[in-house]
Structure formats: structure tokens, C-alpha cells
Design a protein around this ligand. Structure first.
Ligand SMILES: C[S@@+](CC[C@H](N)C(=O)[O-])C[C@H]1O[C@@H](n2cnc3c(N)ncnc32)[C@H](O)[C@@H]1O
Length: 269
């Protein structure tokens, strides 16, 4: 119920509500606690609940465990938000390495630009594109967006909780773009809500076969995909599924899962 109400606010309205709700806590933290410069105030953290630093660290460790990237790698963080995944990479990448993050809203990108000044090989790009959860200020379409990066540039593309907010045609385009900018043998590490054909979900109650929506009024709010649809679409783009980890969103059992969402790791042929 609260979630539905929250989604009914405009993206700007949600931002203001969050800022006001967490303001007392943020003021106390700022005045009395030693804070990590790469962790934004809670009221600015629009990328999901939970501990910002712990979640970023956990993904970082899993990425290192499941891909063979090294500290000289060039990494593309798609939908980088407010730097949750950038932060652990700041202590890892050498001066030869590159972290390139992009997002469709200025809020997190501006914060990252201000707070990563000490890291010259960390670059944050803003590409304003329409998303009915995050950005209504433009009509520019993600399904037509061509990543402005040269082909075969990156060794790893990361999308944490981004495909879960994208429509089918957008996902298809992004998988093509990712394949183009990854070098052969490069990895794509991405989280999803995955359903198998015939699965029913109370949360994703609007079933369109290849995808399932949670909310018809805010379609990008939460999107689940059919596992075969993602695997086949990625394959058509030249990205082969290497590994899959189930999230705990379906069962509620956290113990065996890396994250709430499912994770897929692809490798460019
Ligand atoms: C739940 S947040 C996750 C942010 C970040 N990946 C993290 O794990 O902290 C989803 C992010 O995806 C971004 N996003 C949504 N549609 C996008 C698109 N078409 N291209 C790039 N980013 C997008 C949103 O602006 C938002 O920052």
C-alpha cells in the first residue's frame, strides 16, 4: 500500500519526501558520526533500501569472484545511480583502470562528480532519457539510445537493479549496446527479476509473457522478465550466459542468495 502511494508521487516528489523523512537522521550523522565521503546522506539515496556501503561491497566481492577482471580493467556501470557500486571500485582500480558510470538523472551524477574529484579515472556521464519511475523531464527514448563509447572498449559492464526498471524494447537495445562496447571475452554482470514460463507472481501480477509488470500506471516501477527471453535476447546480441544466481525475492530465504534480485553473468563471444 505504502509502496503504491510512493509510486504515485512524481520522481521529484519522491526525492523531496525522502530528503525530509531522513533529514533528522542525516543531520545527526553529519554532526556526530565519522562519515565515509563516498556514502551519500540517507535522504539522497534513491537506489533502494538497506546499507549503502554493505550492499555495494557485497556486489563488488561477488563481481570479483565471478569474473576474472583485474585492477587495470575498464568498467562501465550502467545506471550508476549515486555511486553505490563505484565506491568499492575506488579502492581497487589502478591508475591504468577506468570506471565509467552513466545514468539518466542528474541528481546522483552531480553528487558523484563532486565527491569523486580525488579519483581522476572515475568518470560520470549524464544521458537524460525517459523512464516513468525516474525521469519524466524528457521524451528521449532508451530503446533508441546509442551508447557514446567506442566498440570493444570495456572489460566489464555492470547493471545492478537497472533492467528491473526497463521496458522490453529498452532491454533489447541495451543488450545490443553492451555487446558492442564490450571487448571479446568481456563480462556483463546484471541483476533481474526472472520468472520461468508458466510462473505466477502476486507481485508481478500483469503478465505479458516475455515480461511481467507490477504497476500499470508506472510501468518502469518494477519489471520481471522471462528467463528464456533474456537468455535468448542476450545470445542474439553476442552475449552468452555463463552463470546465474537466484535472488531471495521469490522465496524470502536470504541465506543462500547474493542479493534480493537474480543475477546473470554473460560473456561476449
Ligand atoms: C535502483 S537504481 C540502482 C542504481 C545503481 N545501479 C545501484 O545499484 O546503486 C536504478 C538506476 O537505474 C537508472 N536508470 C533507469 N533507466 C535507465 C536507463 N535507461 N539507462 C541508464 N540508467 C537508467 C535510474 O536512474 C537509477 O539510478
Amino acid at each position: 500500500m505504502l509502496r503504491k502511494l510512493y509510486f504515485r508521487l512524481s520522481p521529484g516528489g519522491r526525492r523531496v519526501a525522502r530528503r525530509i523523512y531522513y533529514l533528522p537522521k542525516d543531520i545527526i550523522c553529519r554532526l556526530f558520526l565519522k562519515t565515509d565521503n563516498l556514502v551519500p546522506p540517507k535522504g539522497m539515496t534513491f537506489v533502494g533500501s538497506g546499507n549503502f556501503a554493505l550492499i555495494g561491497d557485497k556486489f563488488f566481492k561477488h563481481i570479483l569472484d565471478t569474473t576474472n577482471i583485474n585492477s587495470n580493467e575498464k568498467i562501465l556501470d550502467i545506471g550508476c545511480g549515486i555511486g553505490r557500486i563505484a565506491r568499492p571500485f575506488a579502492g581497487f582500480l589502478s591508475s591504468e583502470g577506468l570506471y565509467q558510470g552513466f545514468d539518466i538523472i542528474d541528481y546522483g551524477i552531480n553528487w558523484c562528480k563532486r565527491n569523486y574529484k580525488r579519483y581522476p579515472n572515475f568518470v560520470f556521464d549524464l544521458f537524460p532519457l525517459k523512464n516513468d519511475l525516474y525521469n519524466l523531464s524528457t521524451g528521449a527514448k532508451a530503446e533508441e539510445f546509442e551508447f557514446p563509447y567506442e566498440q570493444n572498449k570495456f572489460g566489464l559492464a555492470i547493471l545492478i537493479s537497472v533492467f528491473t526498471h526497463m521496458q522490453k524494447e529498452e532491454v533489447e537495445n541495451y543488450l545490443r549496446q553492451i555487446s558492442r562496447v564490450l571487448k571479446p571475452g568481456g563480462y556483463c554482470y546484471a541483476s533481474f527479476f526472472l520468472l520461468n514460463s508458466g510462473d505466477k507472481s502476486d507481485f508481478f501480477c500483469y503478465d505479458y509473457g516475455e515480461y511481467h509488470l507490477h504497476d500499470l500506471k508506472v510501468k518502469n516501477a518494477n519489471v520481471a522478465y522471462d528467463t528464456d527471453f533474456i537468455t535468448n535476447t542476450a545470445k542474439k546480441s553476442g552475449l552468452l550466459l555463463q552463470n546465474r544466481f537466484e535472488g531471495w525475492w521469490r522465496t524470502g530465504y536470504r541465506q543462500d542468495s547474493v542479493d534480493f534480485q537474480d543475477i546473470m553473468i554473460f560473456k561476449k563471444e
